[in-house]
Design a protein around this ligand. Structure first.
Ligand code: DGJ
Length: 731
């Protein structure tokens, strides 16, 4: 196979742009060599140096003092027999010891990319799209086999890694930690970038120098979380959007995760990533195996934009599935910020009628349509229409909206249960709790134990009753709290360390069942906005409500940060009312539109209260978005100026044939006697002459001039929170 070569114990994965190299070291240790720009032919000259280091134990049974697990670069380090750095695996054996000594056993090259059992993952549609190397290591004493998987994608600067532990021994062992990947960098200066934040402030870009010691980016919340996204990148110092080395690590998982970054005594840096080992304990019986989620590693030699484009392309085309994968997404109107819980069918119809008149294509009925849910304190788990609000019933409402020419969508929060619900009365034990201990409510609700098949089946049937009866085109799947009292009454004391991961497997199982049973429904994932914006969810649900924060200026940062990993076609973005519900800020409709139109567009306000002028502007926005959404949702996305660094933000969308582009430019605060801002564009064809319109411009300019000389921007801006959109068409 061309992209994977094995010679003299060296494994070389490469495609047109990248190489990944490792080899079998002394004693069968797998030692890392290189990940980065393509090396056409590796020629042996580079092996880990043999030097005696004090306080570095030598390989078990070795008389050699110059080789130690504590210093060598490794592919999947353990602990307890020489490596004192962060391990990729900790397995407790029947005798209570936690040392496993994995040595090379065999390898296999697989065309394409195998599926990961019960887990979401990237995929291929033809074997030619990727090759996979499986390297098996063996712990002789424990009878354990460890399979390390490496997929190299053709034409993409991406390598995916995951691992599988098989118990071929004689007794049950406990997995206390099993990472998906571990990567060691030889001595070099590096910076760490991660996406942190909170509810309403998701995916804030934070960057710092990697110093000695350990930095852990993680979630223990039972979800990937608003607080730390399952993504980190290491960068060469001062790398920018267009310059420098960037190594991305993106975990395809929606639950507790960790990325541990350690710089060791010899200035080598290790990145270990996978399921969070905190509280994790998985008994693995004889003959059983455990598969980790996948880490997609990206390498870019041209800064962050190139990394993002690689993730966007892979996640858009080979992570998202189903009929909506490459389909233009509908413009929606959602009633949440318009009505909250206070609505009836007349009010909803009135908003929907207005939406239709504006050209909106999908109406979404949000929270509050079921049980007796007049506030967030009740009814989760009772997925039955509330006839007090919907006097003619959900079906009649949905049919009326559809007859009016729009699609109909509905909100669910399937993983939750309210104490004030019929479901809780019937099954109080279905909520996560530890017998004898008080339960901790969050938003007045509890989490259903989705590790249990019977609980999932009940929710599936309740949803099925509605989906089989009511014509539904779209589901917003919400999840509004993090997990406490993570304990399952059906499992033994020994198995409680498995619950958080079993929950995820249960959730994925239900999502698989629903999305297979209802392939024509477009699913949008949500967790109080972007609390579960991760690749795991994208496998089932092609779009995500990016944040509950609908303020245009906050959204600049949120959408910019999100775009580091996630494609524009996955980012829900709506125009909301002003003053904004989250910030109290007042921004123009033009700027709210220009921000929301940089994602999957929609409206989230009371459309019955619009003035004729506002209505006219809304109609223009809808028409503009319809005309350009193919370019926005599926074009190449390029960040030009960062709201984290500047008073101005800019990004652009470029058509695959480079003949058309849109540039969005924003200025946060006005300045007196402001300096003139020049914006250099990117991604254009140097030879094409582009007709540039918008922001008072009407020019015919060549691509090289637009990218090198640039354009003066914002000359007509007046006041805070301004924006403009440029359209470029090759002549
Ligand atoms: C949180 C979501 O992010 C909102 O859009 C809305 O659906 C509410 N939940 C409803 O409770």
């Amino acid at each position: 196979m061309k992209s994977i070569r094995v010679e003299n114990g060296v494994f070389h994965l490469s495609n047109q742009t990248i190489s990944y190299l490792f080899y079998i070291e002394e004693g069968g240790i797998l030692s890392h060599l290189y990940f980065g720009k393509k090396i056409a032919d590796y020629q042996e000259g580079f092996r880990f140096p043999r030097v005696d280091r004090s306080f570095a134990a030598n390989l078990p049974n070795s008389t050699e003092r110059v080789f130690s697990l504590d210093t060598v670069l490794q592919e999947f380090p353990g602990h307890g027999n020489g490596d004192f750095r962060e391990p990729a695996q900790i397995i407790r054996h029947p005798d209570g010891s936690t040392i496993s000594d994995f040595r090379y056993d065999s390898y296999e090259i697989i065309s394409g990319k195998p599926k990961l059992k019960d887990l979401p993952a990237t995929y291929v549609e033809a074997d030619a799209e990727a090759d996979t190397l499986k390297v098996t290591l063996k712990d002789e004493v424990g009878g354990l086999y460890l399979d390390l998987y490496y997929t190299i994608f053709a034409n993409q600067p991406l390598v995916s890694r995951w691992s599988e532990l098989r118990n071929g021994g004689e007794q049950t062992v406990h997995i206390q930690k099993l990472a998906s990947s571990s990567l060691d960098f030889p001595k070099r200066d590096l910076e760490l970038l991660h996406l942190c934040g909170s509810w309403s402030r998701e995916r804030t870009i934070e960057r710092e120098v990697v110093h000695h010691g350990i930095k852990k980016i993680d979630s223990k919340r039972g979800s990937s979380s608003h607080f730390e996204n399952p993504f980190v990148a290491l960068l060469s110092p001062h790398a920018t959007e267009t310059v420098g080395d960037v190594y991305g690590f993106s975990l395809v998982y929606s639950g507790n995760h960790e990325a541990i970054i350690q710089k060791d005594a010899y200035d080598q840096t290790r990145v270990v990533m996978g399921i969070n080992s905190f509280g994790f304990d998985w008994p693995l019986a004889v003959g059983e195996s455990f598969v980790t989620p996948e880490v997609v590693m990206a390498y870019s030699s041209q800064g962050l934009n190139q990394m993002s484009q690689a993730y966007h392309e892979l996640y858009r085309n080979r992570l998202v599935r189903g009929k909506f994968r490459n389909q233009e997404r509908p413009i929606l109107a959602n009633n949440w910020e318009a009505t909250f819980f206070d609505f009836d069918d007349e009010k909803i119809m009135a908003i929907a009628d207005e939406a239709k008149d504006l050209g909106v294509e999908l109406f979404v009925l949000d929270d509050g349509w079921f049980g007796h849910r007049d506030s967030d304190n009740s009814s989760l788990g009772d997925w039955v229409e509330d006839r007090r609000k919907l006097k003619h019933g959900l079906k009649t409402l949905a049919e009326a909206i559809k007859q009016n020419g729009m699609q109909f969508g509905l909100w669910f929060e399937p993983e939750m249960i309210s104490e004030d619900s019929e479901l809780f009365k019937a099954h109080p034990d279905w909520a996560f709790h530890v017998p004898g201990r008080p339960m901790s409510p969050g938003r007045g609700q509890f989490v259903l134990d989705f590790s249990r098949a019977d609980v999932r089946e009940n929710i599936f049937q309740q949803m099925k009753n509605i989906l089989d009866e009511v014509p539904i085109d779209y589901i917003k799947w919400d999840m509004n709290r993090n997990m406490t009292e993570v304990y399952s009454s059906l499992l033994t004391a020994e198995e409680q360390g498995t619950v958080a991961h079993r929950y995820m497997l249960g959730l994925y199982d239900l999502l698989e069942k629903l999305t297979q049973a209802y392939p024509d429904i477009l699913f949008e994932s949500c967790s109080g906005g972007g609390g579960r914006f991760d690749p795991g969810m994208l496998y089932y649900m092609p779009q995500v409500w990016t944040s509950d924060n609908t303020d245009a200026i906050s959204r600049l940062k949120i959408q910019y940060g999100t775009s580091l990993v996630y494609p524009i076609s996955s980012m829900g973005a709506h125009v909301a009312a002003v003053p904004n519900h989250q910030t109290g800020r007042i921004t123009s409709l033009q700027t709210r539109g220009a921000v929301a139109m940089s994602g999957v567009f929609g409206y989230e306000l009371d459309l019955t209260t619009l003035s004729p002028e506002e209505k006219a502007e809304f109609k223009e926005q809808v028409a503009f978005y319809k005309k350009h959404r193919q370019l926005i949702q599926y074009g190449e996305f390029l960040r030009l100026r960062s709201p984290f660094e500047k008073n101005q933000t800019a990004w652009m969308f470029i058509a695959p044939d480079r003949k058309e582009a849109l540039v969005f430019y924003y200025q946060t605060l006005a300045e007196a006697v402001a300096p003139f801002e020049v914006l250099q564009l990117g991604g254009l064809n140097t030879e094409y002459t582009y007709h540039v319109t918008g922001d008072g411009l009407d020019l015919a300019v060549k691509g090289d001039q637009l990218m090198n000389l640039g354009l003066y921007m914002g000359l007509n801006f007046n006041g805070d929170f301004q924006s403009s959109i440029l359209h470029l068409q090759a002549q």
